[in-house]
Structures are given as structure tokens and as C-alpha cells.
Design a protein around this ligand. Structure first.
Ligand SMILES: *Cc1c(COP(=O)(O)O)cnc(C)c1O
Length: 370
């Protein structure tokens, strides 16, 4: 079965092999050497001043950013399940909260953010997804971050890049915390989250807050190539291998391959009449609005060996989402759009004529040759 859900994503064989060794103790020079390499590679991936690895799923890193970087009032963007989650975290910690709510296909606007800041001058943190996975939406994060910093550089910009870091280059000039998760674009098993931090963020964290997710304790330890508590050693070994694989070919190639696959998939889907859901699609996944999404996904699974994701909440049964994150062999992506075209035929929507494959190949190779 081809795993084509936007997280978890398949783990490449070389990475699985690297993680198959005996468990090593985390307080040893042997592990510290691996940690150091992984940390240096992670710094290059984020392109930021500092980074930490946390033994938690991505939500733990969202919580750590909120508790360590927001003291007074947070402005959160809710254009889907993950943006809504930032709001719930803020409320769980009793912090003041302003939420800008959008339909799941609609990106946040710079003007709305500026207006909210003008109305609430005590906002000291801003939380947003780079790619909101609920609807496969790309927010204009870099533009909003620049506008926020022009108004007040002390406002901490927290960007959830769980389906964006490792998908496309992100301009972090105005971002203070950028979150990544192991099981999405980084193609590792679930269980680890990573945060890239600016020097401004490290300063604001100060003595840190909380206990397990106290980023000051973690930064202090991780600068010494160890972790405050038991490290997820196997995942860090896997991360080191994964980033080594990506670096061997170079980030430019990694990003351009992902983009070429995403654009080719988008074009192929449109060519067979699919209705792309988000107004500003992310490169991490292709989301299609389809009233027959459940029937389609079931045909893909049982007849074509392809597992894609559906929608959540009000879009349950009305959306399907195809992953684009990771080192995906292009022939697998080509098979997925071909299978969708066949499923449309079986649902009586459109007779199969090979259009999806043809358009996918044309667009993919046009982009690859640039
Ligand atoms: C998957 C995901 C998360 C984190 O989810 P976990 O289940 O906690 O790993 C957060 N934000 C986005 C945008 C995601 O796609």
C-alpha cells in the first residue's frame, strides 16, 4: 500500500536501517557525537540562530512555543484544525486571546492582522500555520511576519511549519519560532518535534516557563549536545541520517523535486475535473473538494493500493488530501493521479483516457528541466 497521507509519511529504507541498531545510552560520548551532527544539520535546515529537539509530537512544540514566548496576550489564526489548536493551547494556560477566524480555504490577511494589533496593543505573540494541513492551505506567513515586526519587533512570531519545513524554503527573517515535526516532511516515525528559534526568542524566553517544556533548560543542555531529559535517541539517529540523505543531494534539489511533484499533481487533478479546495494551495499536499471523497478513497485503497487522507470536522467525507512531502519517487505520485482518474471512471464521473498521467508527466518534466 502506498502511504500518501500528509503525515505520517513513509520512512526511507536507509533511515529505517540507521534506526535498527541497538539502543545506545543517551548520556554517552557516542550519542553526543550523533546529537551534535543532527543539531548542526537541523540548524542548516531551519536557517535560524538556535534550535531544540523535543520528545513529543508536534503539538508539544506548539505548546512549548506558546508557554515560553507568550506572556500576556496571543493573536492566533484559525483557518483549520491546527490553527484552532493554538487557540485551545493559549486558553488552556489562561492567557488572554484574540482569534482571527477564516474559512478553511481562505488564507489570513495582513490587513486583518494589522487591525487586530491596532485594537489590542498588548498582544505579545502571534501564532499561525505556514501550511494549515486541515485544508492544504498556505498562509502568507512571511508577509504577515514582516508587517508585525514593522509595527512592534517585540511581538513573537510563532510559525507552525510542521507541514512546511522540509517542503519549501521559508524566509525566517521575521520569524521567532519555527516548528517542525518528525512524521511529516522529515519522513521519520512520529514522536519528535523540533523548533528553530531566533536570538530575540531566546532572549524573551529568559528563565523559561513550565517544567518539561521549559525551553531554557533545553537550550542550555542542547548547546552541550545532550537533552534535559531522556532523549528520543532512535529518532535523533534517524533524523541525522535523514538530513544527511537530503544534504547529499542538496536542499535546492529536495525543494524543487517536491515543488515539481506538487505542481504536476495539481495540474493532473484539474485536468480531470477535480476542484482544488484551498484558495492558496500549499506545496505540502493537494487538497480536493469532493462530495464522493469517501467512496473515492475506498476505491483507491482496495483496487489501487493507495492510501490518501480525507477531511476533518465539517469537511469529513468532502475532501481528499494527497501528500507531497518527503523524498517521494516520482512514479509513485504519477500512479496516484492515475488511480484517481480510474476511480472517477468507476464512480461514473468521467471515462478513463489517461489524461491525469499525461498531464502529470508533461508538467513534472517541464518543471524539472527549468
Ligand atoms: C500534524 C500537524 C501538527 C501536529 O500534530 P501532532 O499530531 O501533535 O504531531 C501541527 N500542525 C500541523 C499543521 C500539522 O499538520
Amino acid at each position: 500500500m502506498l502511504l500518501f497521507t500528509p503525515g505520517p509519511t513513509p520512512v526511507p529504507e536507509a533511515v529505517r536501517m540507521a534506526m535498527a541498531g541497538p539502543t545506545i545510552h543517551h548520556r554517552t560520548p557516542e550519542f553526543e557525537a550523533i546529537f551534535k551532527e543532527a543539531r548542526e544539520r537541523l540548524m542548516r535546515l531551519f536557517g535560524m540562530d538556535e534550535c531544540v529537539m523535543l520528545a513529543s509530537s508536534g503539538t508539544g512544540a506548539m505548546e512549548a512555543c506558546v508557554t515560553n514566548l507568550c506572556v500576556k496576550k496571543a493573536l492566533t489564526i484559525n483557518a483549520g484544525k491546527f490553527g484552532e489548536r493554538f487557540g485551545k493551547i493559549v486558553q488552556a494556560f489562561g492567557l488572554e486571546h484574540v482569534e482571527l477566524k477564516y474559512a478553511w480555504d481562505t488564507p489570513a490577511s495582513v490587513e486583518d492582522v494589522k487591525a487586530a494589533l491596532a485594537e489590542h496593543p498588548d498582544i505579545d505573540a502571534f501564532c499561525i500555520q505556514v501550511s494549515e494541513s486541515a485544508g492544504g492551505l498556505r498562509h502568507p506567513v512571511e508577509e504577515i511576519a514582516a508587517a508585525i515586526k514593522a509595527i512592534n519587533p517585540d511581538i513573537m512570531v510563532i510559525a507552525d511549519g510542521i507541514t512546511a519545513v522540509g517542503v519549501e524554503p521559508i524566509d525566517t527573517t521575521h520569524i521567532d519560532a519555527l516548528i517542525a515535526g518528525s512524521q511529516k516532511a522529515l519522513m521519520l516515525p512520529p514522536g519528535m518535534a523540533m523548533i528553530g528559534l531566533s536570538n530575540r526568542a531566546v532572549e524573551k524566553i529568559g528563565d523559561g516557563r513550565g517544567y518539561y517544556f521549559n525551553l531554557t533548560s533545553e537550550i542550555k543542555k542542547q548547546r552541550q549536545n545532550t537533552t534535559a531529559y531522556t532523549a528520543p535517541t532512535t529518532l535523533i539517529i534517524g533524523l541525522n541520517k535523514m538530513l544527511e540523505l537530503i544534504e547529499a543531494e542538496g536542499y535546492d534539489k529536495f525543494y524543487s523535486d517536491t515543488k515539481a511533484r506538487a505542481l504536476a499533481t495539481r495540474a493532473a487533478l484539474e485536468a480531470i475535473g477535480c476542484q482544488l479546495y484551498p484558495k492558496t494551495p500549499a506545496l505540502s499536499m493537494s487538497a480536493v473538494y469532493d462530495e464522493e471523497a469517501n467512496a473515492l478513497r475506498s476505491i483507491l485503497k482496495t483496487e489501487f493500493g493507495v492510501n490518501i487522507a480525507g477531511g476533518q470536522d465539517h469537511l469529513k467525507g468532502k475532501l481528499f488530501r494527497i501528500n507531497q512531502m518527503g523524498l517521494i519517487p516520482v512514479y509513485e505520485s504519477a500512479w496516484v493521479v492515475n488511480a484517481i482518474e480510474w476511480a472517477y471512471d468507476k464512480l461514473g464521473r468521467r471515462p478513463y483516457d489517461g489524461t491525469a498521467s499525461k498531464v502529470f508527466n508533461e508538467v513534472y518534466y517541464a518543471n524539472e528541466q527549468q
